[in-house]
Design a protein around this ligand. Structure first.
Ligand SMILES: *[C@@H]1O[C@H](CO)[C@@H](O)[C@H](O)[C@H]1NC(C)=O
Ligand SMILES: *[C@@H]1O[C@H](CO)[C@@H](O)[C@H](O)[C@H]1NC(C)=O
Ligand SMILES: *[C@@H]1O[C@H](CO)[C@@H](O)[C@H](O)[C@H]1NC(C)=O
Ligand SMILES: [Zn+2]
Length: 437
């Protein structure tokens, strides 16, 4: 491992000298590997930092998806064979999917007016934020935009607050906090957040959803990384900061949150996909989320963070395979959302609701753990969205944005229903008192 890392350092050094302006994934392959014994499972886990695991499965019988560079494929296959691991090459050239998606994006991009939103193609960051600002401008009575921080490269990170007005009773309105785009290659996540905004603010049929519950939605919190996936490296996951003394760019923002930071399932090596950063909250993007949530934490009753892929609704703890004291509630409410999504799905989505460290592997420093552990928001979920009706992984085609955002909104409404009943309707007694006074 040590030798491999040194070799990697040298390679990275030369690669930066050569400066290729666009990373190619020519002949990179995606392996689906299914462990059948505990030893095989452990062996797969030992490869987590060395290879790019797109999906890690803890349980025997559940597949892992691993992307492997052409020069490593022989070694990888040899290792799998030595351990009698069953595998299948699902995609033998990742670049062909990326190119196909690029062409599709070009074809589907008609002229998008300033401030417009589309769910037929993937938008640029500037377009997404222009939409957020336009919504706030057009609907000042229910939407307001806030800059919650700036990315490392200095781009504003925006949050849209949606509220029909302050509570007229002694009961404050509960709030739902949503973010998307922490991992920038997971392109389907920001459109989900934008669709929620559109449906809550612009679709008057949904007025009841903002009557008693407030919303705070940050639709794309890793702008540097997102732009980088569109210009240079489609499969970039982290932010774009090179920390002092580090060999490689990028901190995994979803390992950078300050609750049980670096406890397990995170790396201290900058070239790894799960690099947790030099310290907890070392990154402006994770700090932006923290600094908005903390002053509002008493009102926030639900934290949702959208990722992809895998069709999973995961809840804490993630740092270790431990259940929170309200795990039954987390499971039950998660299932309500999953059922709502599945029953409206047009792409056969089938969600698993589970504790993340038990169902997957431990991963400390994730935002959902922090939301519970530090911000004391008891209901906190990471939603792993679908990857489309075929294994497109992160490269879900634009034509499947709409079905995903629509079905996910059904799940969000199920979450809302629970929050409203639990934190508003059941407090109607105090509401009555106020009216009588
Ligand atoms: C508005 O919301 C209603 C009810 O949720 C839905 O049936 C309708 O399709 C939505 N309209 C648009 C334009 O999204
Ligand atoms: C990084 O973690 C490894 C073990 O995973 C440890 O041996 C090493 O000392 C750590 N490096 C630093 C700089 O903390
Ligand atoms: C969803 O997946 C589970 C387990 O993989 C399976 O038992 C169930 O039948 C599936 N449901 C649908 C609707 O496909
Ligand atoms: Zn993710």
């Amino acid at each position: 491992m040590i030798q491999f890392r040194n070799l990697l350092r040298v390679l990275v050094f030369w690669a930066t000298l050569i400066v290729i302006n666009c990373t190619s994934y020519n002949n990179y392959a995606i392996y689906k590997v299914i462990p059948e014994t505990k030893n095989q499972l452990e062996f797969l886990k030992s490869l987590h930092e060395k290879f790019d695991f797109w999906k890690e499965s803890r349980q025997i019988g559940l597949p892992s998806d691993v992307m492997v560079a052409p020069q490593d494929q022989q070694e990888f296959e040899n290792m799998l064979n030595r351990n009698n691991l069953q595998y299948e090459v699902v995609i033998n050239n990742v670049e062909t999917i990326i190119q196909k998606q690029k062409v599709e994006t070009l074809l589907t991009r008609s002229s998008l007016g300033l401030g417009d939103v589309t769910f037929n193609s993937f938008m640029y960051y500037s377009e997404q934020m222009a939409y957020v600002r336009r919504v706030a401008e057009d609907y000042p009575d229910k939407a307001s935009v806030e800059t919650i921080g700036q990315s490392y490269e200095g781009t504003d990170i925006l949050l849209l607050k949606i509220s029909s007005g302050p509570s007229e009773t002694s009961t404050p309105k509960p709030m739902i906090f949503i973010d998307a785009g922490i991992h920038c290659r997971e392109w389907i996540a920001p459109p989900v957040a934008l669709y929620i905004i559109q449906q809550l603010v612009e679709n008057t049929t949904n007025a009841a959803l903002i009557e008693n519950v407030d919303w705070a939605i940050a639709p794309n919190v890793n702008p540097d990384g997102y732009s980088y996936t569109q210009t240079t490296n489609r499969l970039w996951r982290k932010n774009r900061r090179l920390a002092e003394g580090d060999a490689c760019y990028g901190i995994d923002l979803n390992r950078n949150f300050g609750y049980m930071w670096m406890f397990d399932g995170a790396s201290n090596y900058s070239c790894d996909q799960t690099y947790a950063g030099p310290s907890s909250f070392s990154e402006p993007e994770s700090r932006a989320i923290r600094d908005w949530i903390l002053p509002n934490k008493d009102n926030i009753k639900l934290y949702l963070t959208f990722h992809s892929y895998g069709e999973m609704i995961l809840y804490p703890w993630g740092y270790a395979p431990i259940y929170t004291e309200n795990a039954d509630d987390l499971q039950r409410v998660g299932e309500l959302a999953a059922e709502a999504i599945e029953s409206s799905s047009t792409i056969n989505s089938n969600y698993t609701v589970a504790n993340s460290a038990i169902f997957l592997y431990p991963a400390a420093g994730a935002s959902d753990d922090w939301a519970v552990g530090e911000a004391e928001i008891k209901l906190s979920y990471t939603v792993e969205l679908p990857n489309g009706d075929a294994p497109y992984y992160f490269m879900i085609p634009a034509r499947q944005i709409l079905p995903v955002v629509q079905e996910t909104f059904q799940g969000v409404q199920a979450f809302h229903k629970y929050i409203e009943e639990e934190f508003w309707t059941t407090n109607s007694a105090s509401r009555m008192r106020k009216f009588i006074n």
